[in-house]
Design a protein around this ligand. Structure first.
Ligand code: HPA
Length: 291
């Protein structure tokens, strides 16, 4: 399938891509496969350096893994341990705005599921929508609003992967959210909880969109996480997500100053500033997972 033809993959095509990815990873990694996956979002790339005993595999060597193109997204899978807990760490993610068909976002997740991954931790950089979500806040996602206009499950459904119609009431697993609260206590790193609004991007939002998302009950906005969450819930994984608030949403004034234009550069800078706290929190979370 071409990345840009816009046609839904058939059940057989998707299953074939998953099978090839699974076979490649079994060949490249002899040992047991972790039960937990972690996707590193913008600013969290350096966490890959904390993965110990790592087998490192480039996405280019795994059929079904698209190669990311965004600065700050490396494109390698690290199989090792984080705070002692086995992890499949995806350093580099795929965004729909890069031109990957939204269905393709589901393939790496299904490959991980087929290899035994039971839960996935999604991390991202996001803009703050509510006054509580100041720059530097770490927000555990409790729910999302899908404003991407896409869903990776559109197209023929493979019943052997998951049901056609699937529940999203507990998409962000309550037990994993509670574990983030415990990890916050363990590490002394404060966390908030909130609703993540997923948008397609790549443009940042307009001030009118930001005002609308805030009225809808959104707390943060970003260009990832939602398609991955949908794909993961569909195939039976438990999901947790952590947003690092790198900026106030477009048009929001901070401390009475005129709203600042948004830039990817500023997102990366603020991500770096919050990195140490995010790392501490995630290490405490993984230390609690144990398995
Ligand atoms: N909007 C969308 N995505 C983002 C933002 C934002 O303000 N900040 C970081 N990622």
């Amino acid at each position: 399938m071409s990345a840009y033809d816009g046609k839904a993959m058939t059940v057989a095509e998707a299953a074939e891509q998953v099978a090839q990815g699974v076979a490649a990873l079994r060949r490249l990694h002899g040992g047991a496969f972790p039960k937990t996956a972690l996707i590193l979002g913008s600013g969290l790339g350096p966490l890959a350096g904390q993965v110990t005993e790592a087998t490192e595999i480039s996405y280019g060597d795994i059929p079904g893994f698209p190669v990311p193109s965004v600065e700050g997204h490396a494109g390698r899978l690290l199989l090792g341990r984080l705070a002692g807990t086995p992890v499949a760490c995806l350093a580099g993610r795929f965004h729909v705005y890069e031109g990957h068909p939204v269905q393709a976002i589901a393939i790496p997740i299904r490959i991980l599921r087929a290899l035994g991954v039971e839960r996935i931790v999604l991390t991202n950089a996001a803009g703050g929508l509510s006054p509580a979500m100041t720059v530097g806040t770490l927000m555990v996602v409790k729910d999302h609003i899908n404003f991407t206009g896409r869903n990776p499950l559109v197209g023929p459904n493979d019943e052997s992967v998951g049901p056609r119609f699937f529940d999203m009431t507990y998409a962000y697993d309550p037990a994993l959210r509670a574990m983030f609260a415990d990890a916050a206590r363990d590490s002394g790193v404060a966390v908030a909880e909130g609703v993540y609004v997923g948008v397609l991007g790549p443009s940042f939002e307009t001030p009118a969109e930001i005002a609308m998302f805030a009225r809808w009950g959104g707390d943060a906005v970003g260009m990832s996480t939602v398609p991955e969450c949908l794909a993961a819930v569909h195939c039976g994984m438990k999901v947790a997500a952590l947003s690092l608030i790198t900026n106030a949403g477009a048009g929001l004034s901070v401390d009475g100053a005129p709203p600042a234009p948004l830039s990817h550069h500023d997102v990366m800078i603020q991500g770096q500033k919050a990195y140490d706290r995010a790392e501490k929190l995630l290490l405490a979370f993984f230390a609690r997972l144990k398995d």
